[in-house]
Ligand binder design. Sequence first.
Ligand code: SF4
Length: 396
Amino acid sequence: MKRLPLGTEPVLASDFRKEGAETIPPRSIVGLSLDEITERLAEIGVPEKQCKMRSKQIWQWIYLKGVKSFEEMKNLPRKLKSQLEEAFGFARPQIIEALISKDGTRKWLMKFPDGNEVETVFIPEKDRGTLCISSQVGCTLTCRFCHTGTQRLVRNLSAEEIIMQFMVARDDIGEWDKEDAGRLVTTIVLMGMGEPLYNFDNVSRAMKTLMDDNGINLGRRRITLSTSGVVPEIYRCGEELGVNLAISLHAVNDKTRSEIMPINKKYPIADLLKACKDYAGLRNSRKITFEYVMIKDVNDSADDARELVRLLRSYNIPAKVNLIPFNPWPGSDYERSSGNRVKRFSEIIFDSGISAPIRSTRGEDILAACGQLKSVSEKRRKSEILKEKKAAELSR
Ligand code: SF4
């Protein structure tokens, strides 16, 4: 593991404007839609005839050129730049840590002005590069195999904070000046910290910004939203975004699934698979990905594999299965399935005509692998609590 020379200048919380004793973030322009920027320009006194044209220029500077200040927006008049400076901000989050794994996986720990931190991971592959984005600080769910699930939910991320994870990755990898074909970040997966469908309004707003063809222009097929199975929101996601869907399935019967994923008690497998079958009419017979963490003696038998095939067939879902050998983390209850078991499981599914590749573990040495994300703020929080306890004991 080595530390990256940071390409992104940290933006200190003290850069944010102060009001009274409190530091408050400025009203960021990132996270607003093009129409909203147009409206705000009118509010700050930009002549109505110019608002649409100016908002498009600003949008392109932010999302096509990746500029970090209004000052850099060369085709805007000086007066407008000062007005924008006064009314908005779009500072990058502070980069606390940027790590690069021996396999090329990168992980950034970012801090927002309120002190909360999230992790974002970039996984380069031969033919593409995937950016794994977080949607919440912590998570309300408590999937027992997941490290993030041991951290309580602190809050939802705003649309701006979700978009900023992409911006920081593009800054650090140096991608703003490249043509589409030469870019390394080609796809986004909402598989980082948090359950994106419990923060759908902000996730939806952020994805619409990233998909907008005046700017970053990521196609909906290049975005995958991964959910633990919040059934009502799956329907909404299909209608509103139509991005690829990945389901954290991880078990083939309600008993085991409820044990390792308590959300299953609310939305059992039958309801979940029905929602998948209906997913916005499965546009162009797009496949749904079923993520399956292979945990030793919990969900990895040959019978489990056959039952998985039966379920997917009985609901007639165009599917592919991603098998993920469990990534142990300090304090986890489970062990990784043996290589042979994973291989056998994969073969049974492949033999039925459904693709079931075994995902190679990436970024393990920097705790960036699937299910291992957890903000160090939480670790710090715990060590601070311990210190406080010790201090209190000593003072007694
Ligand atoms: S697997 Fe996803 S939904 Fe489950 S606890 Fe982890 S972050 Fe939350």
